[in-house]
Design a protein. Structure first.
Length: 293
């Protein structure tokens, strides 16, 4: 079987390279063997599952959870978020990682490895306001030239994002799948966290995460983890160790790390359209999304 490579056209005719597998778009670099097998992978009961739609703070929350579970405020250097990503790492690599593992993923709830629900693993699902996600994802697609070969403008990208014509599909579908999973499976430990809340009050939110994963952490540890996981520090470490989606020598994953950059990109009309689509698609689903803090 060969990779099914597609060139998705934006509104201006520029194309974004992805591969299609199982009805879903993924980056072309993901291995077919992993995509074919990850849903049946072996999961450990003490695995912590970090689920984020792309550009919602996966690297940030992964670092926080990893330091918490290791009870050590020190940026991980040997292992990195990308080394424990469910849909991109071979099972043998994940098997070699010691427990407790913080596995991370961008797939919908219904696409997760089946053992996660069977073993009732703790799941942290991070939500970031989708306007900032769209801007962050646009910059990601533009910056990672070798992966996406995308040269479009934001005005033409905007509908691709709204329509879910990007790798890992629609923000709306992804988010709704986890809201429904929580409603339908009250016995499963699924915790929703918000990027903006972490930005606003990291001490309180890291404490909340420690309680959720059952780690006893004193105030000093919590404070030190917040410091180590600050944007500038994480960016400096990524630069030093050469991680974080390097393109042209720079870790592209650490762009701005703030809340509300969408205001610099959205026109008034785009903002109105986004709000309309949001209220249609998310009707009946209660989320505390913050577009500014
Ligand atoms: P921006 O592009 O808006 O700057 P992911 O890890 O899911 O790919 O998410 C990347 C986004 O999270 C980027 O957003 C990035 O800057 C931001 N981010 C990464 N580390 C962060 C940190 N320590 N604090 C706040 N935001 C962070």
């Amino acid at each position: 079987m060969e990779k099914n490579i597609l060139h998705i056209k934006d509104g201006g005719g520029c194309t974004l390279d992805v591969q299609k597998f199982g009805g879903m778009y993924f980056p072309v670099i993901l291995g077919l063997d992993v995509l074919q097998n990850f849903q049946s992978m072996t999961i450990r009961e003490d695995d912590i599952i970090l689920s984020c739609y792309p550009k919602s703070g996966t690297h940030w929350f992964w670092e926080i959870l990893s330091q918490l579970s290791a009870k050590k405020a020190e940026n991980t250097r040997e292992t990195w978020k990308g080394d424990l990503m469910i849909e991109s790492c071979p099972q043998s690599a994940l098997d070699a990682a010691p427990s407790p593992r913080v596995l991370n993923t961008h797939v919908r709830f219904d696409q997760l490895p089946t053992q996660i629900a069977l073993k009732a693993c703790k799941i942290v699902h991070v939500v970031r306001n989708p306007k900032d996600v769209s801007v962050s994802f646009y910059n990601h697609h533009r910056a990672l030239k070798d992966m996406y070969n995308y040269k479009g403008e934001f005005k033409d990208y905007f509908h691709m994002f709204l329509d879910g014509l990007v790798d890992w599909g629609s923000w709306f579908d992804n988010t709704i799948s986890f809201i429904k999973a929580k409603e339908d499976n009250p016995q499963l430990p699924i915790k929703f966290m918000y990027y903006e809340d972490m930005k606003q009050d990291p001490i309180a939110r890291v404490r909340e995460l420690a309680d959720f994963i059952g780690v006893e952490a004193d105030e000093e540890l919590i404070r030190d983890i917040c410091d180590k996981c600050g944007f500038e520090n994480m960016k400096a470490v990524a630069l030093e160790v050469g991680r974080g989606l390097i393109q042209d020598g720079v870790p592209q994953v650490f762009r701005k790390g703030g809340v509300g950059d969408w205001r610099n990109w959205f026109t008034v009309a785009q903002n109105e359209e986004f709000d309309k689509v949001y209220s249609e698609k998310m009707a009946g689903y209660d989320l505390s999304i913050k577009y500014s803090i």
